[in-house]
Design a protein around this ligand. Sequence first.
Ligand code: 5GP
Length: 487
Amino acid sequence: MRIGVRKVGKSRGSYYSALKRITRVANSAISLRRICNAIAKSTAKAMQANGCRILSLNSQKEYLITVGTHGLSDLYLKKGPLAAHKSLPDILEGKAVFIADAATDERVQHPQMALAQGISSILGVPVLGKGHAIGEIRIYTREPRQFSEADKSFLFSVANICAVVFERAELHQLLEQDYKPSEKRRKSPQVPPVRTTLRPTTFAHPSEEDFAKLLDFYCIEWLYEPRSFPLRWKGGRIAEMFTPDFYLPELDLYIELTTLKQNLLTEKNRKRRRLKELYPEVNIKLLNKNDFLKLLAKYGYGPLGTAKVEGIDRVLYSHAQIQRRVRTLARRISRDYAGQRLMLVGVLKGVVCFMADLMQQLSLPVTLDFMAISYYGGEDQVVKITRDVDSSITGQHVMMVEDIVDTGMTLNYILGHLSAHNPASLRVCTLLDKRARRLIDVPLDYVGFEIPDEFVVGYGLDYKGEYRNLPFIGILHPELIKGNAPR
Ligand code: 5GP
């Protein structure tokens, strides 16, 4: 039962001493997690609160990941990843959020867990880096509480200190990456930013770290042990729980590695079955030792591995990232052409994957046609159309769909050819734009990704006829490219 709302105030002096302590710890040489835990503890103590949690937003601003806590149970912390947009949209906009009653407030994502933890009021303020939300700090109280202006201003000051801590840790990570020889290529300013999510993760087992590296290689977002599922109760208390090792938010998939002894596999299988009974909506996969080693070996790692992914230097865009971008492009095109019929024209063969995915996402009546052209270095002395569109484009709204625009010479030639047939309109949608190499200024109306000056393969793009079937776009080892870039 709740009794009256308490106003707890701290004097400016004691907040001042707390800030002194917090800045000292922020500037210490201990690990990020220990710094954040110490800040959470001092903050909770200074504000006479029962708990404090410091969260970092992932690089896509989709999830909040706990980087430091004080006074909250493991079960509460592992209640599942917090989707940022659902959790606290105000935080993303840089505003403070006050929740008077966590049990009834709709913004609380796991109210029953808050109730079990005995949380009544929550105050959250954004951690802002260069004016944008990069995280959040939250204060939890057991008794209903109104926070004073002094409380809020103190928490904002702590959030500012957290921002410096985050950015310093991020810089540290970047520097480390820059100084690893294999990562030097990431210095190129045009390469998409390195993943900057703070991950102060200590893994329980080295194989988990290997698995995390593999996920990173494929640009697959992951969270380590973000959620515990109660499996058995005894007298109203939880008697057994299951905490899967990884959660992959983009795939909504939990993964449990069973790289330990085979007899543990039986136990994990039992837990997984129980989890499926109790939480049928949860998607979980067990990866056993042999499968895991084979998986690592496929990419050249681990005891069974012999070589690296042949030819691929690194993944530029994962399948999930491509799919997301294609959906966004399709939404824009569908909106721009609403009420009209559109003719999609692609140049074979690199465009096949992009064309197939894009057209399925368009909510318009579309027709489809393909062209093929000779390329430099082939049999023909000059560029020529080796296959023209089957149907007439005169009076049609035509969209040229391209896999990649590099110098712009191919597209310039094709646009010239198509516009001579007087379409009602002619626009261009390209998945990749290698703008740095542009020689002819061709107009691009829809662009998926602007990419660095590197030779890419996968998702339809080839090198000497190979790699088209890779589900991601990767950068080919520069040594492999000897001169030309065939279609
Ligand atoms: P353009 O230089 O005329 O804009 O592009 C010509 C063609 O070169 C593209 O359509 C594409 O087939 C090929 N190309 C350009 N850059 C790349 C690349 O990074 N990877 C692959 N696989 N093909 C490329």
